[in-house]
Design a protein around this ligand. Sequence first.
Ligand SMILES: [Zn+2]
Ligand SMILES: [Zn+2]
Length: 111
Amino acid sequence: MYLYIWLYRGFVEIDPPIKAKLVRFKCPLCSKTFPNLWSLKTHFKNAHGNLTRCPFCGWEGKVLTSHAYYMVERDEDHAILYYLLSSPQPEDKEVLKKAKKIAYERLKYEP
Ligand SMILES: [Zn+2]
Ligand SMILES: [Zn+2]
C-alpha cells in the first residue's frame, strides 16, 4: 500500500500538465522563450538588466525601471519592460499587477 502511494505520487509529479508544455513566454529583446513568466523575468534581469537606454523609445538614463514605471499607463511595451525589471516588493502593487497582466498577454507564445 505504502509503495503504491509512493509510486502514484511519483507519477503525478513527473508528468506535468499538458497545458504547461504548450504555452511559453518570449523575451521581447532576444526572442528566447521560457516556460513561465518568472523564468523570463530572471533571464531579463540577468541578460538585459543593466541597460542604460530604453529599447522601446531610446530614452537614456541610469534608472530604466523608473522610466518604465512612469510609462506603464501610456504604453504597453513600457508596461512589459517595467514588469520584467521590477523587484519582488514594488512600492506600487497595483501598477505591477497591471503591468504583469499586459506582460502575460503580450509575451505569451504558443509554438
Ligand atoms: Zn532576452
Ligand atoms: Zn522608453
